[in-house]
Design a binder for this molecule. Sequence first.
Ligand code: Q46
Ligand code: ZN
Length: 306
Amino acid sequence: MRCRKCPHKAVLEIPRHHTAFCKRCLTEFVCGQVERAVKHDKMFTKADRVLVAVSGGKDSLTLLDVLHTLGYHVAALYVDLGIGDYSKRSKAKVEAFTSARGLVLHVHELKEDEGAGINDLANLISRPACSACGTIKRHHFNRVAVEYGYSVLATGHNLDDEASRLLGNVLRWQTEYLDKQGPVLPASVDGFAKKVKPLYRLAEREIAAYAVVNKLDYIVEECPNAVGAKMLLYKDVLNRLEAESPGTKQAFYWGFLAKQEAEGGRTMAESDQAMLRPCVACGQPTTAETCNYCKMMARAIATKAP
Ligand code: Q46
Ligand code: ZN
């Protein structure tokens, strides 16, 4: 199979675009899709300082690599969840990656600052690890971005992540979450960083191929807590649909975004926005008196107390 743009051998076929690319053209394609998302969705400019949340996996390290290559002003944030060897290995990948590129790396250690790793914390408050993890990561992503003066926080969510999350929300008619499913969540109030997902135009396999051909040293294994997650089932279902009918994933998620834009680009229910106020404990914006993170930590401390 030949590359559709040059005479070289193709390394990846992309049926949804009726094309195939060699190593160099694949890299150009991935960088082009990221640049297009950043510009079309007005995510940020070269004047912004962008904080990229990294896990050590292929998506977040690809995002950091591409934005750095394109000349954006990026730094990284790693939240160490304290999951045994997995966290040690992923942190080492992130440290090596950022130091090889001379990038600033912020690290938040759960064991040091929250007093326990994610699994112990989740047990203490009887919540599934991933739900506690989501609350903790959202809190620290926003906190570090605001504290260190980054105008934007970027995450490595790709087309597969967003389409499977949309499928999950639609299957349960959780319409209250749809407002937050766009690739840009503006900084609606003070103390709230703008959040963006510049990889939303790229499928997971395209990002994996970029990471391999560009020899990015990422952690291949998934977080052990991801095993059995519903999102993996939704991803699998969408992949089967995609294999039968290329373009389904893109049509599903991009179609949703187009409809949302046609309705005036809703990003957060106005009623929610009007109710945001600083949390009495940590000062981060919340719709209640105390934010979910502080409620969770208070419960963990109360449970641990003799
Ligand atoms: S990191 Fe956290 Fe994921 Fe691990 S504990 Fe669950 S939510 S699976 S993105
Ligand atoms: Zn709080």
